[in-house]
Design a protein around this ligand. Structure first.
Ligand code: C2E
Ligand code: CA
Ligand code: CA
Ligand code: CA
Length: 279
């Protein structure tokens, strides 16, 4: 808003108008899309760094709208966060993920883990624990097959409440990961306090690891510190053999990135696993 004089505010610039319009458009279509099942879970493989063996996947939401076509998460997740739509949408993701885990259990793929992204709103809404209990009971899955990814920023909104919630989730057997590590608060002391299982090193540090000495040092030191706190490290956004090699040298634990697999529909992921399992 630009101040033009006493009592005279200009609230909307043309750029803001366009942003507001986009926001309202997406928000409106999102409700319909949820009912029309235009959202879909995509899965991106997570691999053991040493061997490249697939140990699980991260669930990434995709939206293919009947009018707008495919809409990127970077476009619709912020709108969903702001409008509160992320709560029903995130709830849908949790249910679909558990249904998939239950299906895999029936098909004998017992040891694959799925990681889901939790928004700050879901995390601090007060109903997460009971909702997860409900879903676990309904689908009869083992909570240790499910990992919950939260960002540092979400965790640090209310550290004491976070500490308690994470402890309760961990008692249930859920695995816990800090997402986008290094882009938010970044205190390993807090991470220890939070009793989590793994940290995911943000792609921003991995991208130039071969050329940028600072990034290389930060990643190596993060792996070392995390290990000394008993945490597992997942490197995000691994795209090249050289990055993989670097991370292996530094004894990272797991990786995720286009080098190993792109996000893909669940059916394709099933095939991907089947092919991998064959000698
Ligand atoms: P994120 O949780 O950090 O997810 C990783 C993002 O990096 C994904 O983008 C993935 O496709 C992308 N990526 C993976 N490997 C590579 C790589 O090697 N190179 C490059 N350039 N990119 C790679 P995506 O799917 O567009 O998702 C963007 C963000 O949207 C996610 O970032 C996450 O914050 C959010 N998001 C996605 N699905 C959900 C969801 O179900 N719930 C919530 N709350 N957020 C979600
Ligand atoms: Ca994530
Ligand atoms: Ca991430
Ligand atoms: Ca990210």
């Amino acid at each position: 808003a630009k101040r033009q004089g006493r009592g005279n505010f200009q609230f909307f610039s043309p750029a803001m108008n366009a942003a507001t319009h986009e926001h309202l458009l997406l928000e409106n279509r999102m409700w319909g899309a949820l009912h029309a099942e235009d959202f879909e879970l995509y899965l991106q493989a997570q691999v053991e760094l040493e061997t490249g063996r697939v140990i699980g996947a991260e669930v990434l939401l995709r939206w293919n709208d009947q009018e707008l076509g495919s809409v990127e998460p970077s476009r619709f997740i912020p709108v969903a966060e702001e409008s509160g739509m992320i709560v029903p949408l995130g709830d849908w993701v949790l249910g679909q993920t558990m249904a998939l885990l239950a299906q895999w259990q029936r098909e004998g793929l017992e040891d694959l883990r799925l990681a889901v992204n939790l928004s700050a709103r879901q995390f601090s809404g007060g109903t997460l624990l009971s909702r997860l209990d409900e879903l676990v009971a309904h689908y009869g899955i083992d909570p240790s097959l499910m990992e919950l990814e939260i960002t540092e920023t979400a965790a640090m909104r209310d550290p004491e409440a976070t500490r308690q919630l994470l402890r309760q989730l961990r008692t249930r057997g859920f695995k816990l990961a800090i997402d986008d590590f290094g882009t938010g608060y970044s205190s390993l002391a807090y991470l220890k306090l939070f009793a989590i299982d793994r940290i995911k090193i943000d792609r921003g540090f991995v991208k130039d690891i071969e050329h940028n000495q600072n990034d290389a040092v930060i990643v190596a030191a993060t792996i070392g510190l995390a290990h000394s706190l008993g945490l597992t490290v997942v490197a995000e956004g691994v795209e090249t053999q050289a990055q993989w090699g670097f991370l292996r040298d530094k004894h990272g634990d797991e990786a995720q990135g286009f080098l190993f697999a792109r996000p893909m529909p669940a059916g394709e992921f099933r095939e991907f696993i089947r092919r991998q399992a064959q000698p």
